[in-house]
Design a protein around this ligand. Structure first.
Ligand code: ADP
Length: 274
């Protein structure tokens, strides 16, 4: 009704107004379409582990007595595993929807050395278990950047998690951080996460940032939601920066992004829902 009134009002004034209103509707329709698509994808993704959990529990309760102790244990472990997957999915969906809603983030000085060391500590054991060398190459006395600590921690966590997931034993994952000086703009700190893993084919390199996109390969069944990189991209966008990648199949992948060196007073960055 509101839209109709606008059209009628504008029609009296000039014709250009109508075109503008129509464009607005198209944009809104596109966003609604994207939202319903997302909800439909989420429901689909949630249904699979739920279905699996239910099937295992049903089988156990109906035929549990006919199964061996070992089989029962295996069923329970798989159900437990599926529950973990469900939890990860729900957490990722919540993170993404929080990031996409209108919200004020307080940006302040972030010590990347501390943040990267914190991430590596949590992954060191995992890397050792997988026989992957996890190393950091941080420039000494790295200047603080302007950003949001927890969000950036999530970025590094997701990137390193992926690097470890898609790298075979004997491989290496390296996190670098160094200052990039430029005449045109203030200094930036570049953060790189490089692996010697399976790589990403050129035709998939753009799509990996889409929600739920996962490259079809034998690692597909590994734990993962297909939301990790959407979250990363969203957070880097919030920092008014961009994420880049360079990859060669069978050789490895490097993701990197730049953040401005912290110089001013803390500022609030307001992000509005599109
Ligand atoms: P997932 O939960 O599946 O890891 P992401 O959004 O984090 O979801 O990543 C999407 C897909 O991009 C992954 O399933 C994988 O196919 C590909 N990918 C991401 N990081 C890497 C990497 N370091 N090496 C190879 N492939 C990767």
């Amino acid at each position: 009704r509101i839209l109709l009134t606008q059209v009628l009002d504008r029609e009296r004034e000039n014709v250009k107004g109508i075109a503008m209103t129509v464009q607005d509707i198209t944009r809104e329709a596109e966003l609604n379409e994207a939202k319903s698509q997302f909800i439909s994808n989420v429901s689909h993704e949630l249904r699979t582990p739920l279905f699996n959990i239910k099937s295992f529990i049903e089988t156990l309760s109906e035929y549990g007595e006919d199964l061996t102790e070992e089989q029962r244990k295996e069923f329970l472990e798989t159900a437990n595993h599926e529950t973990d997957r469900l939890t990860r999915l729900v957490n990722d969906v919540l993170d993404l929807s929080r990031l996409e809603s209108s919200r004020v983030y307080n940006f302040c000085a972030v010590d990347l050395t501390q943040l990267i060391e914190q991430t590596l500590r949590t992954y060191q054991l995992n890397a050792k278990d997988k026989g992957i060398q996890l190393v950091q190459a941080l420039e000494p006395n790295l200047l603080p950047v302007l950003g949001h600590y927890d969000l950036l921690l999530q970025v590094i966590t997701n990137l390193v998690g992926n690097a470890l997931k898609f790298t075979n034993p004997g491989g290496k994952v390296t996190i670098r951080a160094y200052e990039v000086k430029s005449h045109q703009q203030p200094s930036q700190i570049r953060v790189e996460v490089a692996d010697t893993g399976i790589g990403i084919a050129p035709e998939d390199q753009e799509a990996i940032f889409d929600r739920f996109f996962r490259v079809e390969n034998r690692v597909h069944t590994l734990e993962g939601t297909g939301l990790g990189l959407s979250i990363v991209k969203n957070i880097i966008d919030k920092h008014q920066s961009k994420i880049y990648l360079k990859s060669a199949v069978g050789q490895g992948t490097t993701f990197w992004f730049d953040l401005p060196v912290y110089r001013e007073e803390p500022i609030s960055v307001e992000t509005t829902q599109e």
